[in-house]
Design a protein around this ligand. Structure first.
Ligand SMILES: [Zn+2]
Length: 304
């Protein structure tokens, strides 16, 4: 396995070294972690940045993956002989390219395009030794350092954070605190799950909070809670915009065309699928709550 020199952009927080990707891990890059104990060293979420530098700055005993998405697996091919661990709900997406494509659940045309991108841009080829963890699984690295799995579903079914102790470093992966807000547009995504996961993040006290994208690192609980609240507010803004749009009856396809997640200029094979799933999940909460009525089959209007 390749061991490469440290870069000046690497930063250490207790036993955790963050390998910051370009622009603090802006997609398609990301921020990977190396966590060192006296007996074992883990690599978390091998990113495109790790691929570009040709490996991590330490010998790696296990790779942990927060969830099965392309940008979190882009350097996994460098660790073919190292066991990989992911949540039981996402393991199939780490094992094979087909399993990964099932996680997104795209229509056939979009899937054919994305399959090429997964291989050519993200080096996805599956892995022969993927093992599963569940909420609460603890990895002891020696010297008193441990990594505990905190299941944070919603983004994907198996999306998980990792709490490193005794350092108090909580890696929250794609609860990424970006202005884009929560993403729950995949086949196994869940808005309700994401809402519960935001609550769970709020309850965990840490000194440092690491994200895979953009923010990268937030120090201190108060700044973290403020940024988490802003991130969660995007959900409320999407809901408010949807309710305003439903001042007259609309079909789901009209909601998809109006766009509540992506800006008009975004051109991607995902857009329609993600808009449809996102809108459907908001409706699935708003209708039983009595805030939206299905005025005739497939047409929705906000309840004044
Ligand atoms: Zn993701």
């Amino acid at each position: 396995m390749p061991v490469v020199p440290q870069l000046s952009s690497d930063r250490t927080y207790g036993g955790v070294t963050v390998l910051f990707g370009a622009e603090n891990g802006r997609y398609p890059s990301g921020n990977s972690l190396v966590i060192q104990g006296t007996e074992e060293t883990l690599l978390v979420d091998p990113s495109l940045a790790v691929h570009e530098r040709g490996g991590a700055p330490a010998a790696i005993d296990r790779v942990l993956v927060s969830h099965a998405h392309e940008d979190h697996l882009a350097a996994l091919h460098l660790y073919a002989d190292v066991p990989v661990f992911a949540h039981e709900a996402d393991v199939d997406g780490v094992r094979s390219l087909d399993g990964l494509l099932d996680i997104y659940g795209l229509d056939p045309l979009a899937e054919a395009d994305f399959r090429v991108e997964l291989v050519e841009t993200f080096n996805i080829g599956g892995h022969g030794d993927v093992r599963s963890f569940v909420d609460g699984t603890r990895f002891d690295l020696g010297g008193g350092r441990s990594v505990s799995v905190v299941h944070l579903p919603g983004h994907t079914g198996g999306h998980s954070g990792f709490l490193v102790e005794p350092d108090g470093f909580f890696f929250i992966a794609d609860v990424d605190l970006t202005g884009f807000g929560p993403y729950y547009g995949d086949a196994a995504s869940s808005l309700e799950g994401f809402l519960r996961s935001l609550d769970r993040c709020r309850d965990i006290d840490a000194r440092w909070y690491g994200t895979f994208h953009h923010k990268g690192l937030v120090e201190g609980r108060e700044p973290f809670l403020a940024q988490l609240a802003e991130f969660g507010d995007v959900l409320r803004r999407r809901e408010d915009a949807l309710l305003a749009f439903l001042h007259e009856p609309r079909r789901l396809e009209e909601i998809v065309a109006h766009r509540f997640v992506y800006r008009p200029h975004v051109d991607s094979v995902f857009v329609d699928t993600v808009e449809r799933r996102t809108a459907a999940q908001h409706l699935a909460l708003l209708v039983p709550a009595g805030r939206v009525a299905e005025v005739e089959p497939g047409r929705y209007r906000a309840v004044a």
